[in-house]
Design a protein around this ligand. Structure first.
Ligand SMILES: *Cc1c(COP(=O)(O)O)cnc(C)c1O
Length: 298
């Protein structure tokens, strides 16, 4: 499961707006490290793969939606590591045509099982997990989004790619696995903002606190830039993505990184970020999900 970290450069973003606000902004381009296992997903999976090898497992079993970056990354990581993979897909009855993401998963050898929303909601239920483990004894069961200690440990290695002379690191948050991994490994003097691209971020805040070494300090979750909910979007967001691409030559995904950068720019404009701040934004990838958008200029 080799990746090329040299392809994860720290790109300086410059614009008249940022100059006027005296904000120094760079972006860690993790979207470029691997075509199928980009962004935070490679980091979250690498320790899971190591655990599967240590425990003599031959298969990775995990959960995701029809456009899930995690599901596709797991399929690709399993294939690259000589493991089989099994994906449980949410709210899909197997009658609809496969999404581009799911069809890529099957091309990579992943077997798919479709669960009703009610069954899928049991994904963290210990009795359901036990039942799955009995049915698939050779499988390493990875929670949705790679959200476990191995996921956080792997994600912590992203901190080493972030320069030390910063005031603030920003990144998008889904399950919070990546956020916790980086927060626990990063210099405590650097603040972090997590951008939740969905409603009800408050619950996530508690989930994050549970997994932090210093739960109460040095970070904040920003929940207002959700654009109607998870994987929802509005013309304004798509316009922002296109403008961003034309200005900085950086493609963003509409589920995570576009909402983060929109929110960050809004906060800079509203003086919620101090002038003079040196910021690093983590590009967590996810670009394959843009295939579900009907129109995008880049
Ligand atoms: C999966 C994903 C996230 C969320 O990561 P978590 O560790 O679950 O918080 C953020 N950005 C992108 C592009 C992703 O694919």
């Amino acid at each position: 499961m080799a990746i090329d970290l040299l392809k994860a450069p720290l790109q300086t973003l410059e614009s008249p707006f940022l100059k006027e606000r005296a904000v120094g902004l760079s972006m860690l381009r993790l979207d470029r490290i691997h075509p199928l296992i980009p962004g935070n997903k490679w980091f979250k999976l690498k320790e899971q793969i190591r655990a599967s090898q240590r425990r003599g497992k031959q298969q990775l079993l995990t959960f995701g939606g029809a456009f899930s970056n995690h599901l596709l990354a797991t399929a690709a990581a399993a294939k690259a590591s000589g493991l089989a993979s099994l994906g449980f897909v949410r709210g899909f009855h197997g009658r609809e045509p496969l999404s581009a993401t799911l069809s890529d998963c099957t091309d990579l050898g992943m077997e798919l099982r479709f669960l009703s929303r009610a069954d899928y909601s049991r994904k963290h239920d210990p009795s359901f997990i036990l039942q799955l483990q009995q049915e698939f004894p050779g499988a390493l069961i990875i929670p949705e989004g790679g959200n476990n200690a191995a996921g956080r440990k792997g994600a912590g290695d992203i901190a080493a790619l972030i320069p030390g002379d910063l005031d603030l690191v920003v990144l998008p948050v889904g399950t919070g696995t990546t956020f916790c991994g980086i927060r626990n490994a990063l210099d405590a003097g650097i603040r972090m903002l997590g951008f939740a691209g969905f409603k009800n971020g408050a619950h996530l805040e508690q989930e994050i606190e549970k997994n932090l070494v210093y739960p109460r300090s040095g970070w904040e979750l920003i929940t207002e830039f959700h654009f109607g909910g998870f994987a929802r979007h509005r013309p304004e967001l798509i316009r922002f993505m296109n403008d961003f691409y034309h200005q900085f030559s950086v493609p963003l995904d509409f589920v995570y990184t576009a909402k983060m950068m929109y929110g960050l720019f809004r906060m800079i404009a509203d003086n919620r970020i101090s002038p003079g701040s040196r910021i690093c934004a983590v590009h967590t990838g996810g670009l394959q999900g843009n295939r579900s958008l009907p129109s995008l200029l880049f």
